[in-house]
Design a protein around this ligand. Structure first.
Ligand code: OMD
Ligand code: FE2
Length: 449
């Protein structure tokens, strides 16, 4: 098996020193890249004969007639068309993967919920077989909503491949790096970076450095895009030039493989005599992307009060209601905190949106205890929450000098849809049953004379 990576044009291409992967910069750009010189046809998408005996194939990400700014499609020039890797599927057990609607698996009463990090099992598991759903919301049949998953893996997918008809997948590595080999090329990602794999795109996840864990937001709704900046202006937050899309790369592998597909919550597999990652050249704007969250330029409150966390939105998936996201991907990165005469951590609140949170590394200021890297919390629609007692006492009493929150990266998948925990997530050994106790010592202080 060989992985071929050649860069067509050196313009706007980043080549890391180990030469393993190379990327083109920009968000939602139209890219053109070939792993073999001359594989990309000039001018025509579909010449009578595509170059070098390749087959031309279009993967659409939007309706043909979608407005130009949301119209997405990519042209592949590949060794075999996808019909040669897309037949003979049989349904298989979907393990711990769940898809909305999935509302009746858990009897847990309405509550603040928190989970310990999912341990990486000792028995063999790949990104796909180790994928487990924590909660789901919305309805995949309506192309609305999302699921929060965790992956735990100790084996590369190797000869197994996957594509998801139900939504795009935002991967958030938390423990160790992953290599995501897609039809468009190879992305290496380490904790602190994210990867978005488009809906319908074939890929596999390998583990170059051993066992790995991370979070996944599966988005059934409109594609994640950069939020409007409003009065912030033309710069800051996530800047388009920091998004990286891989140059073309393919596997020349004519040995048995398996292709898994998730469609409307069911998992299917087919056996293939070759790798489906056989795209030698491609052009288009429907492509995977990676982004280093440490490149996010936070804009915050610089005199008083704690602003709404929406200012830290990295990517957003709109719903049909303006300003009410299908899902927002929000981070809490390293930043200076300078607000005067203010309670600086998040305030106590009841939020009409639902909040699934994870911690990639460091300490989250509202929860100095109990919320550990790899852990998760869920504060569903209108479930009261806020700083734990320790955070409240400290933030109410400490002298307010400018302070840097260093070495921290928490995130939130915030959605308009109430999130239903799965049966797996409701298992008691994974849940932190003591979580609500973190507010126990908060007591009445009001004592009118
Ligand atoms: O609950 C949380 O910790 C997330 C959050 C952070 C914040 O700064 C304001 C509101 C909010 O829901
Ligand atoms: Fe919250």
């Amino acid at each position: 098996m060989n992985a071929h990576v050649t860069v067509a044009s050196s313009e706007a291409v980043l080549s890391p020193s180990d030469g393993s992967t190379a990327y083109m910069t920009g968000f939602e750009n139209s890219f053109a890249t070939e792993a073999v010189a001359g594989a990309l046809p000039i001018m025509r998408n579909s010449p009578q004969k595509a170059p070098q005996g390749l087959y031309a194939e279009q993967l659409s990400g939007s309706a043909f007639t979608a407005p130009r700014h949301t119209n997405k499609r990519t042209w592949f020039y590949r060794m075999r068309p996808s019909v040669k890797h897309g037949r003979g599927f049989r349904q298989v057990d979907h393990g711990l993967i769940r898809t909305a609607p999935c509302r009746d698996e858990s009897d847990l009463p309405i509550a603040q919920m928190r989970w310990h990090p999912v341990p990486i099992p000792s028995e063999p598991c790949t990104f796909l077989s180790g994928l487990r759903t924590i909660c789901t919301g919305g309805d995949v049949y309506m192309q609305a909503g999302m699921a929060s998953h965790v992956y735990v893996a100790n084996r590369s997918m190797g000869d197994d491949y996957f594509y998801n008809c139900d939504g795009e997948m935002l991967l958030v590595p938390q423990d160790n790096s992953i290599r995501v080999f897609t039809e468009c090329g190879i992305i290496d990602a380490t904790p602190g970076e994210i990867v978005v794999v488009p809906k319908g795109m074939k890929f596999k996840v390998d583990l170059p450095n051993g066992p790995a864990r991370g979070y996944v937001c599966e988005n059934y709704g409109s594609y994640l895009t950069l939020p409007e900046r409003g009065p912030i202006g033309a710069n800051c937050l996530a800047n388009p030039r920091d998004f990286l899309t891989p140059v073309a790369a393919y596997e020349d592998k004519e040995t048995p493989c398996r292709l898994f597909v998730k469609a409307l919550g069911k998992l299917y597999v087919t056996d293939l005599p070759q790798s489906p990652l056989d795209v030698v050249a491609w052009h288009g704007n429907f492509a995977p992307v990676k982004y280093d969250l440490r490149r996010f330029s936070p804009v915050g409150s610089i005199l008083f009060d704690h602003p709404d966390p929406s200012i830290y939105t990295v990517l957003t998936s709109a719903s049909d209601t303006p300003g009410t996201a299908n899902v927002d991907f929000v981070i809490f990165p390293e930043r200076w905190i300078v607000m005067e005469n203010s309670f600086r951590p998040p305030w106590y609140h009841m939020n009409v949106m639902s909040e699934f949170m994870g911690l990639i590394y460091g300490v989250y200021d509202a929860k100095p205890g109990g919320f550990v890297p790899g852990g998760m919390s869920l504060h569903n629609a209108l479930v009261a929450h806020g700083p734990d007692a320790e955070a409240f006492e400290k933030a109410s009493n400490k002298p307010l000098h400018p302070e840097k929150l260093s070495g921290t990266m928490a995130f939130m998948f915030e959605t308009r849809f109430p999130l239903s925990p799965t049966a797996y997530a409701s298992s008691l050994d994974l849940m932190d049953g003591a979580y609500p106790d973190c507010w126990d010592t908060i007591d009445r202080k009001f004592a009118p004379a």
